[in-house]
Structure formats: C-alpha cells, structure tokens
Design a protein. Sequence first.
Length: 225
Amino acid sequence: MASIVDIARALPDVEALRRHCIALAAFDIIREPKNAWAREHSFDARWRPGLAAAVMEGSGDGYFIGFCDQGALLIGFDHESPMSPYSSDPMQTWPGILDDVPNGLSWILSEIPEFLDDDAVLATSCTWRTSSGLSWNTGSRLRFPSDHDNPDGAAVILDELTQFEPGFHVLRLGLDSTSEVAAAVRGVLDLAGPVERFAAVLNPGCDVASVTSELHSIGYPRPRD
C-alpha cells in the first residue's frame, strides 16, 4: 500500500520542491501558451502576502503547496479516495490527516478557499516541512483504510513531485523521445537557460517572446547580465 507517507520520504527539500513546481508550471505554459484554462499546473509567487503557491488541478483531483518563510505545506485531494471528506456524513476531513501541522504553517489552510467546503478541508493527504526541518512530516495518528492499495491517492496525484529525470516528463507530456527534447526538458527541470531555445524545441512555432515573459513572471530565473 502506497500513501503520503511514501511520497513524503521521496520529496526533496523545500527550496528544491519550489523550483520543481516552477518547472512543472513552466512546462504547461510552454505547451499551452494561449490556453491557460487547459493547464493543470500553476505557480504564483505572490498568492497571498507572504505565501507562494503551487497548484495542480485536473479531473477533480489536485494538490496545493504553500511556500512561506516558515516552510511548506502540501495537501492533496483525490475525489475517489475512500478518505475523501465527501465519503462521510456529515462531511469531514479524514481523522489524522491534518494532525500535528505546526502553527507556523497551519494558517495556510485558511488561505485556500478552493480546498475548503463548509468546515472541511478538501484533503486526502497532507505533508509539511518547516524551514529548519530535516524531513517532511505527516500526522502521527493517521491511519489508512486497509483494503486499498492507494487509499489517499497520493501515490498517483503527487508522484510527479518526486520525479526529476527528463524521461518521466517526456512521457508525461507526450513529447517525442529525442535527445534534443530530453535536453530541453532537462533544462526546464533545472530552471536553466536559454529558455527561449527550450520553448522552441518543446513547442515549435510558439510565440517564444510571450512564453518567455510569462515564464519569468512565475519565477523562472532571468539570464544574468
């Protein structure tokens, strides 16, 4: 049985995860430069005062990661999970998911109305890491249904957050498996340059200048003078 516990062990540190989330959003900008509604990933360095956010939404499932000075908080939601708040009456977040979230990060939960319904946080998984912490954490009293291989959906929904090799993302994005494409994907994953060349390889014919401008707006590094 795979769960958020396994994902938490495989996540990088907070800064590396933030950069990876920018890369995931960058892929969607490059692939869908004119159709923001078709993108699954987004990154906003100024989501709320003192809070940057990475969001993935797709087919009713998704995740939210809030980054702040105190660290990062990640929640995932699988609408088909037996741990979904919608599986109980009255609706409630599965016991243990949000237990132990430190005060320095728990305030983020009130800043994500897209993941709130009545008094329940729409989460089937949660992990966090403080800025001084050495590892990602999950609720100490969290218990999973025993008859499901993927009880909280984390192994599927959050898997991309633990994948740092180009081959995974070439396949995920439906790109041609060529050395040039793999090199461009590697460049985006590293938030490297020249991003204009990467964009032209990953989406030939796109408006490279417009794409590049939007990439820089989400935090993709600008070239040094």
